[in-house]
Design a binder for this molecule. Structure first.
Ligand SMILES: *[C@@H]1O[C@H](CO)[C@@H](O)[C@H](O)[C@H]1NC(C)=O
Ligand SMILES: *[C@@H]1O[C@H](CO)[C@@H](O)[C@H](O)[C@H]1NC(C)=O
Ligand SMILES: *[C@@H]1O[C@H](CO)[C@@H](O)[C@H](O)[C@H]1NC(C)=O
Length: 201
């Protein structure tokens, strides 16, 4: 009976391969479970980026002659820290205002501390002091003045640090970019459009 003889090793062999298969399956499930646990922990403690938006821009003391610009600007900048467990420390932030990709004004926000789950609104006072404009930008700005509003971009640069309990992170570079911010050459607060900003950390 050659068939019976050959059957015995086959049964042992398949049992062995079944054992190996279930071992691999268990190992695989374990790896997935460990991975999921790490992912969940990471997602719960991961710091979320703050949100920024700009509202209500207006321009005062505007004077432009021979492509030299003087002006002051006021904007409301809203910053929201969505983290429930982490507060944020900000270093000094440099603010620039751009028109047609050319820097026309600047300002700063002094270092501050942002509590968790907090919204803080800054009234920004920025200025152009004897800023030399290119001919095109000067012409476009005069054109904008005649329509009583101008579309600007605002950029903020600074450093942030995260604090959770007694632990503090190192400083990270942060850049905030707000595009298409409408500023009016008057104090009218009607029709102010808010602009959401991109935050890069
Ligand atoms: C801007 O202000 C400076 C002094 O602060 C003055 O010398 C300059 O003439 C002004 N420019 C314009 C275009 O008003
Ligand atoms: C956010 O924090 C600032 C500064 O600590 C505080 O003045 C303000 O009331 C807080 N705002 C909210 C909505 O809690
Ligand atoms: C516009 O606002 C500025 C600063 O807030 C103020 O100095 C100025 O008098 C206001 N102008 C008018 C026409 O209300």
């Amino acid at each position: 009976m050659p068939e019976a003889r050959s059957q015995i090793p086959t049964v042992v062999g398949s049992r062995r391969s079944m054992l190996a298969k279930s071992f691999i399956t268990i190992l695989f499930i374990l790896i997935i479970m460990i991975g999921m646990t790490i992912l969940v922990i990471w997602l719960t403690i991961r710091p979320k980026k703050p949100f920024y938006s700009v509202r209500g821009g207006s321009i005062h003391d505007y004077s432009l002659s021979k492509d030299n610009l003087n002006a002051t600007y006021s904007f409301f900048l809203k910053s929201y820290n969505p983290n429930t467990r982490m507060s944020i420390y900000y270093g000094k932030m440099e603010i620039t205002i751009l028109f047609n990709h050319e820097t026309i004004g600047s300002g700063v926000i002094e270092p501050w501390h942002h509590p968790k789950r907090n919204a803080t609104i800054f009234k920004l006072d920025l200025a152009s002091r004897n800023v030399k404009l290119s001919e095109t930008v000067s012409r476009d700005l005069k054109l904008a003045k005649s329509t009583n509003e101008v579309v600007l971009d605002m950029k903020l640069k600074g450093r942030v640090k995260i604090k959770k309990g007694v632990w503090k992170s190192r400083y990270f570079r942060m850049q905030v970019s707000c595009v298409d911010v409408v500023a009016k050459f008057s104090n009218s607060s009607k029709g102010f459009q808010g602009a959401l900003c991109d935050v890069d950390i």
